[in-house]
Write a protein that binds this ligand. Structure first.
Ligand code: MG
Length: 366
């Protein structure tokens, strides 16, 4: 099978809650997502999606996805989409870095592989663990009482894991963590995600002030070294996210005992092929995982579900269902949350059918 062309669509994903706010006053109201289809000489088409969390979260931005695909796409015509390791090496040879640009292409080729094999991507990624898996809900940064009310509401919808967006004023963040923990029950998990927003001394104050609180601390500071210093001065379970973007950082973090859990975002690693490699290494090293992406709609949510559902349950700390955060559906057949849990499709490939009327006219093709 050979790739005969790529088609790129742009789609807006407005947020149900109106705005999503995190550290440093950053916020997004409408997500700018890119959908890619990969056509083949066998008549099959695979679908992928990538959606950065705005331009100020990771070194990735929405227009950059499209610019990168214009560079990458024409040179992929003629390649075999089913030989995914080879295809990833080819993409890395054509375009250095920019893993998020390659993510949607890689996801689309996994969709093709599943269609050809007659198997869901979940099976091809290692096999399905259990009926479904648990999700977290990200709680946009608001005053402490508002975040506690938001958590109580989402708890009533079946969620038991809550990721608070902190990384603001440390004194207010301490109140946020305490206010939310007070509305939780035994068995619920609380994560305080600073998204690199605290300086090292601020992070030290927060972890000391909430020493008696059952809470995970996620990515408190900008650099790995700052996070490691905080980690060594606290006894909370510790999650690294933004600074872990490849295998080398995973190995370094394991050697330093820098984290208990890592956040594996598909596009941060460059697609399902590389995220799967990281996932399998984490299982071998005994590291728990949050499996998700930077953001996305139905197609990203389907890809997350296949990777999360094929992760051994005891290593899957949590995952997410981005398609429930936004008002626009872009594909039929995408997984839908039920009682705070999600399951990957059992249909071949990703198991989704894009809504072409929603995607509209392509912005580019080759
Ligand atoms: Mg995070």
């Amino acid at each position: 099978m050979r790739i005969t062309g790529l088609t790129v669509y742009q789609v807006d994903l407005p947020l149900r809650e109106g705005a999503y706010k995190w550290s440093g006053g950053k916020s997004v109201t409408v997500f700018d997502s890119t959908v890619v289809s990969v056509q083949t000489d066998a008549g099959l088409t695979g679908w992928g999606e990538v959606c950065p969390l705005g331009p100020a979260y990771l070194p990735a931005y929405a227009a950059g996805v499209r610019a990168g695909l214009v560079e990458l796409g024409p040179q992929l015509v003629g390649e075999n989409p089913l030989e995914l390791a080879k295809l990833n090496r080819r993409m890395d040879a054509i375009l250095k870095g920019h893993p998020y640009v390659k993510s949607a292409v890689d996801i689309a080729c996994w969709d093709l592989l599943g269609q050809v094999a007659g198997l869901p991507v979940c099976s091809l990624l290692g096999g399905r663990y259990g009926e479904d898996f648990g999700l977290y809900r990200a709680i946009s940064q608001e005053p402490p009482e508002a975040m506690a009310a938001s958590v109580a509401g989402y708890r009533a919808q079946g969620y038991h894991r809550f990721q608070l967006k902190v990384g603001g004023d440390p004194d207010v963040d301490i109140e946020r963590i305490r206010a939310v923990r007070a509305v939780l029950q035994p068995g619920d998990r609380l994560i305080a995600d600073a998204n690199t927003g605290w300086t090292q001394h601020e992070a030290q104050r927060v972890v000391r002030a909430v020493r008696d609180v059952d809470v995970y601390i996620e990515q408190p500071c900008l650099t790995y070294e700052e996070c490691l210093a905080v980690r060594r001065n606290c006894d909370h379970p510790f999650v690294l996210d933004e600074v872990v973007d490849g295998i080398d950082m995973l190995v370094r973090g394991k050697a330093d005992l820098a984290m208990d859990v890592v956040n594996i975002k598909i596009s941060k690693f460059g697609g399902l092929t590389k995220a799967r490699q990281a996932r399998d290494l984490c299982v071998s090293l005994g590291i728990g995982m949050t499996i998700e992406d930077s953001w996305g709609g139905d197609i990203v949510t389907a890809a997350i579900a296949h990777l999360a559902h094929s992760t051994p349950t005891d290593f899957l700390f949590t995952s997410t269902d981005f398609n429930s955060y936004v008002t626009q559906s872009i594909a039929e057949g995408a997984p839908q949350r039920q009682n705070g849990r999600l399951a990957a499709s059992t249909a071949p490939g990703l198991g989704i059918t894009p809504r072409l009327d929603v995607l509209g006219q392509p912005v580019w093709s080759c």
